[in-house]
Design a binder for this molecule. Structure first.
Ligand code: AMP
Length: 242
C-alpha cells in the first residue's frame, strides 16, 4: 500500500531535512512546493520573478497555482507508490484539495514536528543553503553541527558538499521575514493542524532534539499511524446487511 505522508511544522522545524531523510530511506519521493518554486525563481523568467517577490515577503503564493503545482507533481508515476510532502498543504483550501487528489490512493499520514518560535528564530538565523543547487548542509552527516539542531550548517563548511557551490543565507531567512513567516504560519497553516488532528493517522513529534532522534521518533510515529490505517476495517466497521 502507498505510504502517503505530510510533514507539518513551522518554518525551521526541520521538515525539509527530515522529509528528505525519510523519503530516501523508504525509496519514495520528497515533494517540496518551496523547492519547486525556488527552481522556477532560479529560471529567472518574469513569472519566476513575480514568485520571488511574494516569497521574499514571507507571504504565501496563491492557492490556485500551488494546488495546480501539487496536483501535477503528485500525478507523476514515482508519487503513486507514496511520497513525503514538505511545505504542502499550507492552507485549509490546499488541505481539502489534497484530500480530493488522494481519493482512492491509500491513507494519508500527517506528522507535525513541534518546535517553539524562539528556537525557529535561532535556527533560521544560522541556516545556509547552496546558492547553486539549493541543498542545505546535511544534518545527518555526523558533523559537529549534527547534535546541535536540525538544519544548522557545519561551521567548518563554506562550500556545498553536493556540488561545491557557495553557501548563502536564503533570502527569506532574515529576521524580519522569518517573523512574518511565523505569523503567516499561525494564521494560515495552524488551522490545518486542527483539520487533521482528529484523524487516527495524525501524530506529533518533538522537533527539539538531535536530528537522528527526531528521525527515529518520526519513523515510529509514521509506522504506528500506518498500522492504525491498515486496521481501518476496525475503525469503519462494515454495517451488517441485516
Ligand atoms: P518553504 O521552502 O516551504 O519554506 O517555502 C518558501 C516559500 O515558498 C514560502 O514562504 C511561500 O512563499 C512559498 N510556498 C511554498 N509552499 C507553499 C504553499 N504550499 N502555499 C503557498 N506558498 C508556498
Amino acid at each position: 500500500m502507498a505510504l502517503n505522508v505530510v510533514m507539518m511544522g513551522a518554518p525551521g522545524a526541520g521538515k525539509g531535512t527530515q522529509a528528505e531523510h525519510f523519503a530516501h530511506e523508504r525509496g519514495i519521493p520528497k515533494i517540496s512546493t518551496g523547492d519547486i518554486l525556488r527552481e522556477a525563481v532560479q529560471a529567472g523568467t518574469p513569472h519566476g520573478l513575480r514568485l520571488k517577490a511574494v516569497m521574499d515577503t514571507g507571504e504565501l503564493i496563491g492557492d490556485d497555482l500551488i494546488i495546480d503545482i501539487a496536483t501535477e507533481r503528485l500525478a507523476r508515476p514515482d508519487a503513486l507508490k507514496g511520497f513525503v510532502l514538505d511545505g504542502f498543504p499550507r492552507t485549509l483550501a490546499q488541505a481539502r484539495a489534497l484530500d480530493e487528489i488522494l481519493v482512492g490512493r491509500g491513507p494519508l499520514v500527517v506528522v507535525d514536528i513541534v518546535v517553539p518560535d524562539h528556537e525557529v528564530m535561532r535556527r533560521l538565523g544560522v541556516r545556509r543553503i547552496c546558492a547553486d543547487c539549493g541543498a542545505t548542509p546535511d544534518a545527518f552527516d555526523g558533523s559537529p553541527s549534527s547534535s546541535a539542531g536540525v538544519g544548522r550548517p557545519d561551521p567548518q563548511a563554506d562550500a556545498c558538499r553536493r556540488c561545491g557551490g557557495r553557501l548563502v543565507q536564503r533570502s527569506d531567512d532574515n529576521e524580519e521575514v522569518v517573523r512574518e513567516r511565523l505569523k503567516v504560519y499561525a494564521r494560515d497553516t495552524r488551522p490545518i493542524v486542527e483539520y487533521y488532528s482528529g484523524r487516527p493517522t495524525f501524530r506529533t513529534v518533538n522537533g527539539v532534539q538531535a536530528p537522528d532522534r527526531v528521525a527515529r521518533d518520526l519513523a515510529e510515529a509514521i509506522e504506528s499511524a500506518a498500522v492504525v490505517e491498515s486496521a481501518g476495517a476496525v475503525r469503519h466497521p462494515v454495517e451488517h446487511p441485516l
